[in-house]
Design a protein around this ligand. Sequence first.
Ligand SMILES: [Zn+2]
Length: 439
Amino acid sequence: MSLAELHLHLYGCLRGEHVLRMLARSPRPSWERYEPKFEKVFGRPSPARALVARYVAGDETAVAEFEELFVFGDEDAGSFERFQTKFDLIAAASVVGIAARAPEMIPAALDEIRDAARMILDDQRRSGVSYAEQRFFFGRGTPPELIEGGLRALLEVFQESSAPIARLAPSLPRSDPWPHWEIVQRLALSPVGAALTGVDFCFIEEGHPPKEQRALFDAVLDHNRQNPERALAILYHVGESFEDKSLESAVRWVHEAAEMGAHRLGHAIALGVDPDAYGAHVRKESVAERRDQVAYDLRHASALAQYGVHVDRHALAREAELLASREGELQIVYDHRRLHEVRARQRFAMHAVRGHGAVVEVCPTSNLRIGGLRDPAHHPVRRFLEEGVAIVVASDDPGIFGTTLQRELAWVAAHAGVDVHELGARSWSARSEVLTGRR
Ligand SMILES: [Zn+2]
């Protein structure tokens, strides 16, 4: 089966062996941040530095031990801190972060990015991936010459690759995407722009409602109308982590991102997760978020009612008045009845997402290990398929999760009872360049 992989973060594709090689080559690995954090999170000192020394001395057995240290496995599940600590090993090996503060290191950072991209394309080819869309994130405040140089370096490497066919979707910082977007648009229209097929939003979503990106989405869609041959898909991580808000708001965020024109939604766990996964519990959310929820309920009152959600227009209008002058946080108590209602809201939102034509990217291992879904039966994929939501299966950070696209597809096929070939074929028709009409 010829595989297309649509949700990847480039450095998350690095295997333990790649990171070990990078650390061995690095003139100055940044141990000072990684080591104390590892000890704090895992309660023992990290053997990483000693493993690198053994590897440099020619001890090949260090590779397997390093791989085990590096992979964020089932035994680490449910701890974002552990995930971050594993990721910090990549940061220790990389000079990209250093170059963001020390411009003289930019050439070394660009060399590293090129090398990493080549190692990853190699790994993908060997594991049967024929087409790969990769995301790459430069944080807010990165010097423009590093962003532009880094993205250009990737596009040059990707352009040369035919197995796999490689595509780039730069991730834009949610807090201020505009300076990055300006660079991305320029590159998209440049001679290397053919391999640039999307933009992505990732990293912490809490505090960044989709409505904040409306103007940026409009700018991308406008770019697409003016430059159809260089159109860019909007890829948006949403509903992956929603500790800070009501389940209703988490569902709404996914719906809103699709409504605003996102072509593919990353994870969207909130849209279809079994609400019983959370049991009776209490949550908090900001008054501002509740105001948006009230407005949403009023706007969709009759459609929600069709799905069995009772919307009391008068009560909501009164609540809106009360909330207008308030700030701070509200407490929301979930009992069986309210969880049942969330399920109905999800059905409404799933049908809306389907109507908008957005495709949900399902990354099972990532969801089970960092999404905090303890019981695989609560994973949303079965409901997505039941409700006719378009999905593709992807692996997110296959290096750090120690997985492959084949394994992710096999899990969904077994878990949801669908044909693995049919599932794999879905990705080909959901490529960014297909969804935006480039091809
Ligand atoms: Zn992701």
